[in-house]
Design a protein around this ligand. Structure first.
Ligand SMILES: Nc1ncnc2c1ncn2[C@@H]1O[C@H](COP(=O)(O)OP(=O)(O)OP(=O)(O)O)[C@@H](O)[C@H]1O
Length: 627
């Protein structure tokens, strides 16, 4: 028997599953009704709307922990995202009330918390550091002293039983770190540092063994109850013990609600509509079984579709006819009154945010041993290798080609070797930042400036070693003014490369795309850099490239600085350059003087930084549908 029920029998002895108003009648935090979500799909040439979630309604009250259960593709994540204000694209309709009033995006995000399924965290920071930085960034200084922030971190670590892993790094696929369960608890902890009214968790137990899963759910439930947080989590086939930990459950199938009410009454409800859960079976498994479409044959599929549809219809009819109607729900809200959800939550000052982020970036960069050692070793190795390749340049005309070569190689060392390693670090951190920004933890500008300023000293320090090695071993002109001017030009192009990295890294969708774009653009810069082709012979259609080409400006400035005033000896009966000026003229490198080239570099750096910032703002801008 599927879908038939005796309403009177059903009502007997049961509270109102749909609304599930708890006995204590605690404050309703989130209410949603008739929530429908559709996406556009292509069927041949015509596009049509596909319903992913249909007319979902419910309420989450303070202190309750609610599970959203369903088979794969049932719409669990869609419901969680719609309720948490993180749904992108498509069409969302219905109503969502947060503490009795319409949600206000800024304060909703700051007073609610979302724990993602794939927790992105800085792998090299310890548990304690991760939570401390999160506390510094998320808790306003106007309400918390540094001491109180630290107390908060300690209390969250204690509540989530993380004291034992306090000094263990988070880790990732490359470096060993905390266990999966601890990692999840750190993610939860970061969200609980503030005092959210609502907590969303997307599959917090996925990938965990049953003990770790149970611990996560148990701890979350305890904290939610203690702090009066309404918690909603999607969960995939929980064990019977975990299932029984929840206060309420939303059972979803094919985007429709099949049951929403107290866990304690779920078995009774299904029994009354003809689906008696066997005594020794895990109720969660049983419910998922009867809600899942059976694709084994056409007959089983048709039968299961009918069953699922009957289950959802039955529940819809039941709730529509039950005493706990919409009117009751509304009166419940009225009894608590509408809350003002638009209050501005205090942010920390820009400088404080910047200092915290820069400190975190610095710690991260310095712990990235392969990166640090790689930078130093590469600088020494390349400095010595290139230096000896051009060892002790003389002042004969044969040295002209070598001088031009070494100056170009110095320039090249400020492009690829700077951009590629920084790009991979930056894109990874950008993705973490976009996540952190979802809870409006800090400003994009402080993150961006922090990145620019932490990369700069690291790159300048290693490239100074390289520059000095090449300069003195190759024996470029030993003149203090020339040395320092060359170094200044070299610093400028390094700065442009960092700005370029931030621009590409902020604009691309993924690191893979960055690894395609960045080398392509850098190769073009090298081709038009002034060594491989004479700038005056390049077709006018492409000649403008030199204006925006940092490699050209660097090479031209270094060449003018090095060759200016030099004279060369010529072997007898040969034609050759007699002066540095002749070389510069024949290479067409005197279109701009050294200071104009430096100015171009500074401007290019500024433009790259600015475009990168705009890209990042656009990337971090929420594109969510809002009700
Ligand atoms: N943008 C979209 N375009 C087309 N179909 C979509 C889109 N978003 C979601 N869906 C479909 O909607 C259904 C519900 O997706 P959702 O991710 O909410 O399921 P779920 O219950 O969380 O599944 P799982 O447990 O496998 O993560 C799926 O069948 C999914 O393929």
């Amino acid at each position: 028997m599927s879908g038939s029920f005796d309403e009177e029998a059903l009502s007997e002895g049961m509270s109102t599953p749909f609304h599930g108003t708890p006995a204590s009648s605690s404050e309703p935090i989130l209410q949603w009704s008739d929530l429908t979500y559709e996406v556009k799909t292509k069927a041949g040439k015509t596009a049509e709307w596909k319903t992913i979630m249909s007319k979902g309604s419910g309420v989450a009250c303070a202190g309750e922990t609610i599970a959203i259960i369903g088979s794969s593709g049932a719409g669990k994540t869609t419901l969680l995202n719609a309720l948490s204000g993180r749904i992108e694209g498509g069409r969302l309709s219905g109503s969502i009330l947060y503490r009795g009033a319409k949600r206000h995006p800024g304060s909703f995000k700051r007073t609610t918390a979302y724990v993602q399924q794939d927790d992105l965290m800085h792998p090299l920071l310890t548990v304690h550091e991760t939570l401390t930085y999160a506390a510094k960034l998320r808790l306003p200084n106007s309400q918390y002293s540094e001491q109180e922030k630290q107390e908060r971190v300690q209390s969250v670590m204690r509540q989530l039983r993380l004291d034992g892993a306090k000094n263990t790094p988070i880790g990732d696929a490359k470096t060993r770190g905390v266990s999966g369960g601890e990692r999840k608890r750190v993610s939860v902890g970061m969200e609980l540092l503030t005092s959210p009214r609502l907590l969303f968790l997307d599959e917090p137990t996925s990938g965990l063994d049953s003990n770790s899963s149970e611990l996560v759910v148990e701890l979350v439930k305890g904290i939610s109850k203690d702090r009066g947080i309404a918690t909603l989590m999607t969960i995939h086939q929980p064990s019977a013990r975990i299932f029984n930990l929840f206060d309420k459950v939303i059972l979803l199938s094919q985007g429709r609600v099949v049951y929403f009410g107290p866990v304690s009454e779920s078995i009774q409800y299904f029994a009354k509509i003809g689906h008696q859960c066997p005594v020794h079976e895990n109720p969660a498994d049983y419910f998922v079984d009867i809600m899942t479409l059976d694709y084994r044959s056409d007959a089983t599929l048709a039968e299961s579709k009918e069953r699922v549809s009957a289950l959802a219809d039955t529940f819809a009819r039941y709730t529509a006819e039950s005493n706990a109607s919409l009117a009751e729900k509304q009166s419940l809200v009225r009894s608590y009154g509408e809350q003002d959800n638009s209050q501005v939550i205090a942010k920390n000052g820009w400088l404080y945010e910047y200092a915290t982020l820069a400190n975190r970036d610095w710690v991260n960069a310095m712990r990235n041993i392969p990166f640090v050692i790689g930078q130093v070793v590469q600088a020494i190795f390349m400095g010595v290798l290139i230096g000896f390749m051009y060892f002790y340049l003389k002042d004969d005309s044969l040295s002209v080609m070598n001088r031009m070569g070494v100056l170009f190689i110095i320039t090249v060392n400020a492009t690829f070797p700077v951009v590629m390693p920084l790009l991979s670090m930056y894109v990874q951190e950008r993705d973490i930042m976009v996540r952190e920004r979802a809870s409006a933890a800090f400003r994009i500008s402080s993150f961006y400036v922090s990145k620019a300023t932490t990369f700069l000293p690291i790159i300048l320090a290693s490239n100074t070693i390289l520059f000095i090695g090449i300069y003195f071993i190759a024996h470029l002109t030993f003149d203090a003014a020339k040395f320092f001017i060359a170094l200044a030009v070299f610093y400028c192009v390094n700065m442009v490369s960092i700005a370029f990295t931030l621009m590409v890294g902020s604009g691309v969708e993924s690191l893979e795309m960055g690894f395609i774009f960045a080398p392509s653009i850098l190769t073009i810069q090298l081709l038009f850099g002034g060594l491989f082709s004479n700038p005056s012979t390049i077709t006018p259609v492409l000649r403008w490239i030199r204006w925006v080409n940092p490699v050209f400006h660097t090479f031209a400035a270094l060449a003018q600085n090095e060759l200016g005033g030099l004279t060369f000896t010529c072997p007898p009966e040969t034609q050759c350059y007699a002066t540095g000026e002749q070389v510069l003229k024949s290479y067409s490198l005197m279109r701009f003087n050294i200071w104009q080239s430096v100015l171009f570099l500074i401007m290019l750096g500024a433009v790259n930084y600015a475009i990168g910032y705009v890209f990042l703002r656009w990337k971090a801008k929420p594109k969510y549908l809002w009700l």
